[in-house]
Each structure stands twice: as C-alpha cells, then as structure tokens.
Design a protein. Structure first.
Ligand SMILES: Cc1cc2nc3c(=O)[nH]c(=O)nc-3n(C[C@H](O)[C@H](O)[C@H](O)COP(=O)(O)OP(=O)(O)OC[C@H]3O[C@@H](n4cnc5c(N)ncnc54)[C@H](O)[C@@H]3O)c2cc1C
Length: 493
C-alpha cells in the first residue's frame, strides 16, 4: 500500500485524509499542535466549551458527502442545527438588521430599514445567484493550475463585473450605507477587505441563502472529533505533537518527511495543509524549487489577523442572537486601517458568538459562553501584542458592557484572549495571518498556490492558502480538487 502523509489537521487536511483513504492509501496525519482541527480548535475551561475559530457552518452537504463517501451515515457522527437569523447586524446608531435566508423575510427586513432599497436588493440577490452559478457551481472544485484555465473564465468574470469589489457591486444596487455594510461584510470571514476583494465573493450571499447557516451540536469541535473518529475507524493514523520540519526530495519527488523530534515517515504522496510559504521556504531545500523561490515567496501578501477574546458569564443575555455583527462608527476607514495602514484603530467592528443561544450544553447551567472577534492587522504591523493584549481586551469588554452586555464585568467568570501571535506561533501562519495569503485578485484562482506543486512531484497543497480559499466550504472544496488530481493508489507505483 502506498503511503500518504497529510501535514496538518485543519478541515482541509482531515477531508484530504478521507479522500486518500478512499483512494486506497495508507494515511498518516501529522499535526503539530496537541489537538486536531487547526483553526477549528477548542479551549475547554471550567465547564465551558469555547470553539476557537469557525462557528458558521455553511454548505453542509460538503461535510456529509465525505462521511458518505466512506460508507458511513453522517447522523451517527454529528448533529446539524439550523440557525435563524443567520446573523443579527447591529449598526453604530443601534438600528439592526436580521440577515435571514427566506426571500420574503429578508425583503421585509430590508424594507424595515430602508424601503427604497427593496428593488435594489432583489437585483443584488439575482446578481449574487449568477456569480454563484459560475464562481461556485462551475469553479470552486476545479484545479486552477494553467493559464488557459484562468483565461477560460475571464469573459464570465467581466460579464459578472468581478473587476468591482464586493462593496462596489453592493453599492451599485443598494443606497443605504447600513445595508451596504450588511451585504458586504462577509469577505472578512475569509480574510478579504470588502472594499478591495473581487466581487466573486458575493457568491457567499447566495450560498447562505441556498443552503442555510448551521451550527454543530457541541460546537465545531464536535465536527473535528467526528472526522477523527471516522478516519481512525477507517484505518488512518493521526498524531498530535508531530510538527514537520523537513520534506526530503529525491529525483524531484517526495521521499519522506521528518518531524522536529527526528522521526522519519517514508511516503510517495504528501498533502500539506500547512502554510505553503513556510513549507516551501523552511522545509524544502531551495535547489528543488525553481518556481517557489524564496524571493517569490517573500512577495506574497497575507490576510489580516484577528484578536479573539473568549469569556463566560454567570448571567444570561437572552436578547442576543447566536451570531451578532456589531458594526462600529467607521467602515471603509477602519478597513483601511486594518488592511493598508496596518494600525490598531481606536474604534472597532466586532463579531460576537453566543453559542449557548442554540446549545445550552456549551456552558455550565445558567451560564453563557461567548467569543468576541475583532479583525486587526497581521504582524507586519509591528505591534507588540504582549503589551496591547490586556488593554485591547478590556476596551472591548467595556464597549460590550456599555452597549450590549449590561453588568458584564460583575458577571464575568472566565476570560482569555488570543492575538495575531497565536496564528503566527501556534498555527505556524506567516505574519500571523488568520486566513492565509490575502484573497486579492492577484492571489486568487490561478494566482493562488496551486493544489499540485510545480516544483516537487508527489507534493500537494490543500486548505485556505490554495484555490478556492479560506472558510470551511473553501477548504473542503480544495480537498475535492486533491481528490481529482492525486492518482489512485494503484497508479502511484
Ligand atoms: C477565529 C476564526 C473564525 C472563523 N470563522 C469561520 C466561520 O464561522 N465559518 C467558516 O467557514 N470559516 C471560518 N473561519 C475560517 C476557517 O476556519 C479556516 O479558513 C479553515 O478552518 C482553515 O482550514 P485549513 O484546512 O486551511 O487548515 P487550518 O485550520 O489552517 O489548519 C492547518 C493545520 O496545520 C498545522 N500545521 C502547520 N504547520 C505544521 C507543521 N509544520 N507540521 C504539522 N502541522 C502543521 C496547524 O497546526 C493546523 O492545525 C474562521 C477562522 C478563524 C481564525
């Protein structure tokens, strides 16, 4: 049986392991951290379960089909719960908008905020559907590794006005600034600046309307556990505390990988879910890399980072939705501070996660658990987060207490936070980028890291840094591409 190594156990890595098993490989997953899941890790403290990262589950069929592909019933592994509204968006003037999937209801909610934008919203949704039909249905799970693959889609991209930004295209149809923000913030969930990122990403709106927004009972961490259970049942070996530091190449092909403790793993296929900048630069000698030279790797631009504070309270806040977007006084200016100027602004826009709204078991009885996330510049900012961390966290708590969580300070039970340093050091992500390389036009599709290495035979990449990009649906689709391009076990020898 040919041996395949998967470096990293984010959702892209776990899904790739499923595909490799199906193809007949002997699969070993090597994870550097002491737990599986990558950005979808977990912090468990004093009876609270804090999902560390992804909380919004979309396109759930991409998950269930992986379990089914190995002959298992997903219902035996995890429970999917529908979320309604998808998000509550609260603007700086305290007006709010419930972002829902049902067409009539979302139109009523647009009307309640600004009746003049109802027709515009209908046109925007239709445009989003057309982008989805091309950008998602036709292109999300196909390899983009030739110039011709890119040229083939160029006419569609022009027709669909993908040269405009998400915010730019939303503004063509919507006039109310609050609704412009409500329909354009989502690229932030994949690391892109809404005012710069190509409007292809408007497909997220239609994807959510079509398949809904969900939560996994027990948190996203339960889904990671479900994948681990599935993979172990099907014969894969999964190791934690196994950080890969070298890939040995012989005759242009992968031969074995080494972990920092000196263990060696022979293999004919390596699927890397780790940051490709680091894999190429730090794990493979430069003489084997004519495409991904160190100087080219240096030119990549990286997504923004995140500050995330996790906290529990012994008071419940029933008025909150499961997912709340709290928009601050500035939109474009704040985005510019985060993405371009790379400074920590005085104001912020936040995402507040309140999973106990859906699943009480996430916290002790009568308590709530939360996380609050603030997009911040990546570590090219030069900020010293050791100094900033507590100050920034307290500032956010005070703001939340004054506006949304009365008496928070008196009821806080546990709290801690992660900064861009967590992404840089713990998740081994270049410059602490929370979503891998930036999803700019010049780093998307053909211009993103290819799923098949141009430099080393038998080396493949999966996950947020590859096409189609970050987010759980994105990385699961990148694993589907791996499934298409890696030969079956018999064909390997
Ligand atoms: C706070 C936060 C909230 C998010 N919210 C959502 C959401 O609600 N919905 C959504 O769809 N997406 C969300 N995302 C994005 C989504 O979580 C990610 O895009 C996705 O999970 C990334 O998966 P991945 O396959 O790229 O692997 P990653 O999760 O990046 O995992 C890569 C793994 O590789 C390991 N690794 C790295 N280097 C090595 C090495 N040398 N040796 C061994 N292992 C190594 C790392 O430890 C890590 O476990 C969120 C992201 C963050 C950070």
């Amino acid at each position: 049986m040919s041996k395949a190594i998967v470096i990293g156990s984010g959702f892209g890595g776990l899904a790739s392991a499923v595909h490799l098993i199906k193809k007949g490989y002997d699969v070993t997953v090597l994870e550097a951290r002491d737990q599986f899941g990558g950005r979808a890790g977990v912090f468990k403290k004093d009876g609270y379960t804090f999902d560390a990262g992804p909380t919004v589950i979309t396109a759930p069929h991409l998950i269930s089909e992986l379990f089914e592909s190995l002959g298992e019933d997903p219902k035996d592994y995890y429970d999917l719960l529908a979320i309604d509204p998808f998000y509550k968006i609260i603007f700086d003037d305290q007006s709010s908008f419930d972002y829902v999937g049902d067409e009539e209801r979302i139109i009523e909610n647009v009307r309640a905020l600004n009746p003049k934008d109802v027709d515009g919203y209908r046109k925007l949704a239709e445009h989003s559907r057309r982008i989805f039909d091309v950008g998602y249905t036709k292109l999300a799970a196909v390899p983009f590794d030739t110039v011709s693959s890119m040229l083939r889609v160029a006419p569609d991209m022009i027709r669909l006005e993908n040269y405009k930004s998400v915010y730019g295209l939303v503004s063509k149809y919507i006039k109310d600034e609050r609704l412009r923000q409500a329909f354009s913030f989502e690229p932030l969930l994949v690391g892109g600046n809404p005012t710069k990122i190509t409007s292809i990403y408007l497909l997220i709106h239609w994807l959510e309307r079509k398949w809904g927004v969900h939560f996994i009972k027990g948190g996203t961490t339960s889904l990671v556990a479900a994948f681990v259970e599935l993979l172990e049942k099907k014969g894969a070996t999964l190791k934690t505390n196994a950080s890969v530091d070298r890939i040995e190449v012989e005759g242009g092909k992968v031969k074995r990988v080494f972990t920092t403790d000196g263990s060696a793993y022979d293999c004919s296929v390596v699927v890397s879910n780790a940051d490709p900048v680091r894999v190429y630069r730090d794990m493979i000698e430069e003489k084997h890399r004519s495409t991904h030279t160190n100087s080219r790797l240096k030119r990549k631009s990286h997504s923004m980072s995140l500050f995330v504070a996790y906290f529990g309270s012994d008071k419940t806040y029933e008025h909150l939705a499961h997912h709340t977007i709290l928009l601050g006084p500035r939109y474009k200016g704040l985005l510019n501070d985060i993405f371009t100027k790379k400074i920590l602004a005085d104001d912020f826009s936040l995402y507040l996660h309140a999973p106990t709204r859906t699943d009480k078991a996430m916290a002790p009885e009568g308590h709530e658990c939360f996380y609050v996330l603030s997009p911040v510049p990546n570590n090219l900012s030069g900020l010293n987060w050791k100094d900033e961390k507590e100050i920034y966290k307290d500032k956010i708590y005070k703001w939340l207490e004054a506006r949304h969580l009365p008496d928070l300070a008196d009821n806080l039970t546990v709290d801690f936070a992660v900064t861009p340093d967590f992404f840089e050091q713990e998740l081994q992500s270049e410059h602490g980028a929370a979503f891998g390389i930036e999803p700019s036009f010049t780093q998307s599709a053909y211009f993103r890291f290819h799923n098949r290495s141009e430099d080393v035979e038998g080396l493949y990449f999966v996950g947020a840094n590859t096409h189609p990009g970050a987010g759980i649906p994105g990385v699961l689709n990148s694993a589907k591409i791996i499934d298409k391009i890696i030969p079956g076990e018999g064909a390997e020898k």
